[in-house]
Design a protein. Structure first.
Length: 498
């Protein structure tokens, strides 16, 4: 009787875990986008002898609340491939790319599906005038801040350019507003990370000379004038302060920064080499700058490293962490979500092995580190373990093309941690994805504690062929959407709660 009860409870848990709300739509080449609390499903629908772009707006319960249709030229639809979209400048832009040339059509809306623009035959190279910008750019409402570099015989000159969007009724074009030229000598890298109507903040690395170190620059957003340059390194400190994440306290107009710190012996910047194998702890720095750019707090915390070695994974590891989230609580506590990466055999390749929540607690006039450690999760490590050098699931490279400082903020092409949260018992749980080259598929899985065995288990949510264009999107706290083109004329979205 007891075994039957356990079986029933286990079956009930599985049903609840995978209970999903499905929506099916008669659309070809379809896709969807979560935007301002709604889901926008869009694709091609055939009606009589014509083809139309059809858009359906859904609420949080996947109920249809609005629709839009627009006729398309029959000649254009024969060339189309999978539709896609973005929400640049707070607009929903839907793209209809062609498989035969470098042209596309564009439909643009606000969140109420009010049409803002309809453009045809846009050259892909001219789309959003992106040639103006490098990968190092920051968008704030209808403004763009782009870091540009110019090489000549004397070295590399860095600039920060500001552009203003001209109109949402046409292909996104921009007007040049101002330029901030960095000091010409020894600037190694720059990263713009925050902007509002008054200020722009940048993280800058100076590699040589009397100003060698890492700096935070605060500029006037209207004029481009430098307000303050604040050096993260104190006098005679040759450590490396890598940019991790930030929190702008609007009430105080102060900027809070955290990141991973290396001593002079741990990191050789000229060769982009780390010497941290078997390090007993990782250094986390925390600093706060007031509205004038002066330091209010400078602190460092040593987070213990627990490198769990087993089986073939018994070599000393090097640990890096990316600060994916930094939140200041009303009581002054700082909550950090750190994604942990580890390297063993190839010191230039780091792969995702865990996520840790770190708390910095108010203590007198500073903060103290709550009990914690960085460690590798065996289930995650085994799930992504591969000897295939082409398998890039959860991997980040540190080499000449990807210097160390970019590890901490660059976009991950093969992201594997789709979501992370604590369950009601405060145990961590994950939604993970894995791309398989051999199967040509993408698998989404839960990693959470089984309520019966009280042990962590990896359980697949769904494995989807890449030909069905699988897509994962968060949809509010504790909810997510998985979408796919299940048949030529049938598009499915699945809403799950966890």
């Amino acid at each position: 009787m007891k075994n039957k009860l356990l079986y029933f409870l286990s079956l009930l848990f599985c049903v609840q875990e995978f209970l999903a709300q499905d929506g099916y739509y008669d659309l070809k080449l379809a896709n969807c986008r979560v935007f301002k609390g709604s889901v926008f499903v869009f694709g091609i629908r055939e009606k009589s002898n014509s083809k139309i772009l059809h858009i359906i707006k859904l609420n949080a319960a996947l109920q249809t609340i609005q629709q839009f249709s627009a006729a398309l030229p029959a000649t254009a639809t024969t060339k189309l491939v999978q539709l896609n979209s973005d929400t640049l400048h707070n607009c929903l832009s839907i793209y209809l790319p062609s498989k035969e040339d470098n042209k596309l059509s564009l439909f643009r809306f606000d969140d109420q599906l009010t049409s803002l623009a309809k453009l045809d035959n846009i050259d892909v190279a001219r789309l959003n005038n992106s040639s103006l910008f490098s990968q190092e750019c920051l968008f704030h409402k209808d403004q763009v801040y782009a870091i540009k570099t110019v090489k000549d015989s004397s070295g590399i000159q860095f600039y920060l350019n500001k552009y203003q969007l001209k109109s949402t009724a046409e292909n996104f074009d921009y007007t040049f507003t101002w330029q901030f030229p960095f000091e010409r000598k020894n600037v190694f890298a720059a990263h713009s990370f925050f902007a509002n109507k008054g200020f722009v903040f940048m993280y800058v690395i100076v590699s040589e000379g009397t100003k060698k170190g890492q700096w935070i620059l605060k500029l006037n957003a209207l004029s481009g004038q430098l307000i303050k340059a604040s050096k993260l390194n104190e006098k005679a400190d040759l450590s490396t302060y890598n940019f991790g994440n930030f929190y702008f306290d609007a009430a105080k107009n102060s900027m809070l920064l955290v990141g991973q710190k290396f001593t002079e012996k741990q990191f050789l910047q000229t060769e982009n080499k780390l010497f941290i194998a078997n390090a007993p702890f990782a250094n986390l720095y925390y600093t706060e700058l007031d509205s004038s750019g002066e330091f209010i707090i400078r602190q460092e915390f040593k987070i213990p490293i627990n490198d769990i070695k087993s089986g073939s994974k018994n070599k000393p590891g090097s640990f890096l962490f990316r600060t994916e989230r930094l939140v200041k609580k009303p009581d002054g506590k700082m909550e950090l979500e750190l994604d942990v990466y580890k390297s063993t055999e190839n010191p230039l390749c780091y792969y995702y092995v865990n996520t840790s929540l770190i708390n910095l607690l108010p203590h007198e006039d500073k903060l103290k580190l709550d009990k914690c450690s960085l460690t590798n999760n065996g289930l995650i490590e085994d799930f992504y373990f591969s000897k295939d050098p082409l398998d890039m699931n959860g991997k980040l490279l540190v080499d000449t093309l990807n210097p160390l400082h970019t590890f901490y903020y660059r976009v991950i092409n093969f992201k594997v941690k789709q979501d992370f949260a604590l369950n009601p018992e405060l145990n961590p749980q994950w939604i993970l994805s894995k791309s398989s080259v051999k199967k040509n598929s993408t698998t989404f899985s839960f990693l959470k504690i089984d309520p019966l065995s009280k042990k962590y288990q990896l359980s697949p949510i769904e494995e989807i062929p890449k030909s069905q264009n699988p897509k994962f999107q968060l949809f509010g706290e504790g909810k997510f959407i998985i979408s796919k083109q299940v048949e030529e004329s049938k598009f499915e979205i699945k809403l799950l709660t966890w």
